[in-house]
Design a protein around this ligand. Structure first.
Ligand code: ATR
Length: 290
């Protein structure tokens, strides 16, 4: 303890930057992580104008901010402004976690790690050796693909409404897939419709189709009996996909665990301490159901 009564202990500052950001559960999750690990930190929401991201990050870092999470629509800009980035960020072109230090800004993308942790640890299902279908080729799919490949599934097929985007995402990860001996391909949605033998152990919805009120962008024949059908969203946005999956005999899981686990990965990166994410996930689920 300091002898000087005027010296205040200020908590390390973090935030989540987005637009919109009011709905974000990240401040609650990180506050719980901090309590449970005995860390002293403050974590706020930062609503930033669409043209104000880089300036806000620079200002926050200059004011002593230690790091931030980045959400829609700034993940691409976060990857661009970093002075150093993980391989995941370079391949996805998107970052959700920034770490500020004297050396500059380090960017990582913990979304895919969070997805994998939720499937493997929380749902208790191995991805290694499995056949995986990834629906979508936007930012959410891009953020997850590298981490999925690192689990060494047998095969990952990427299907997207705009096929060229699936092809580009696959090309971006081809060498990584070869390294991990995973067969990686882009598959046309029509091919899924036409060939009912195209089915999978794990089907991951990384599209925004349910937000648009559109149908699930895949036929039910992609679901192997008892397979895992995972929506990266949670709450009402995931409901249509989860209902569809359950009605066809799949085990359905929403993205709440991914949210908590990606936060845990960010927390570990910033603080060097792994928080009890399963406990916090159970608490958050109870809170949302209350
Ligand atoms: P996010 O960051 O959530 O991934 P995004 O980068 O805009 O957002 O990507 C949205 C994804 O949802 C894309 O794969 C998009 O397909 P396109 O690449 O063809 O745009 C997909 N998507 C959005 N609305 C859809 C719909 N109604 N049916 C099928 N796919 C849809």
């Amino acid at each position: 303890m300091s002898d000087n009564p005027h010296m205040m202990i200020t908590a390390d500052q973090y935030c989540v930057i987005g637009n919109p950001v009011a709905h974000s559960r990240s401040p609650w999750i990180h506050a719980r992580f901090a309590e449970l690990t005995g860390q002293t930190l403050q974590y706020d929401r930062a609503l930033v104008a669409l043209d104000g991201f880089a300036a806000h990050v620079a200002d926050f870092a200059a004011r002593g901010g230690r790091g931030c999470n980045v959400t829609v629509p700034f993940k691409l800009q976060a990857a661009e402004l970093a002075t150093r980035a993980s391989d995941r960020v370079r391949r996805a072109g998107a970052a959700n976690t920034l770490v500020f230090s004297a050396d500059g800004v380090y960017a990582d993308n913990t979304d895919g790690l969070g997805l994998v942790a939720d499937i493997v640890r929380n749902a208790g299902l191995a991805i290694a050796g499995k056949d995986v279908l990834l629906l979508g080729a936007g930012g959410a799919a891009a953020g997850a693909l590298g981490s999925l490949i690192a689990q060494q599934p047998r095969r990952i097929a990427v299907a997207n409404r705009t096929h060229a985007k699936a092809q580009a995402l696959v090309a971006q990860h081809a060498d990584l897939a070869a390294l991990h001996k995973t067969e990686l391909l882009a598959i046309e949605q029509q091919a899924l419709e036409a060939d009912s033998t195209q089915n999978f152990d794990i089907v991951i919805n990384a599209t925004a189709s349910s937000l648009a009120g559109a149908q699930v962008p895949a036929p039910a024949s992609v679901l192997r009996p008892g397979c895992l059908a995972y929506d990266m969203m949670y709450g009402p946005a995931a409901q249509a996909f989860l209902d569809w999956a359950r009605s066809h005999g799949a085990q359905a899981r929403d993205g709440l665990g991914m949210l908590v686990e990606q936060a845990a990965e960010s927390f570990a990166l910033w603080r060097g301490v792994r928080p009890p994410s399963q406990q916090v996930l159970a608490e958050l689920r109870a809170l949302l159901q209350a």
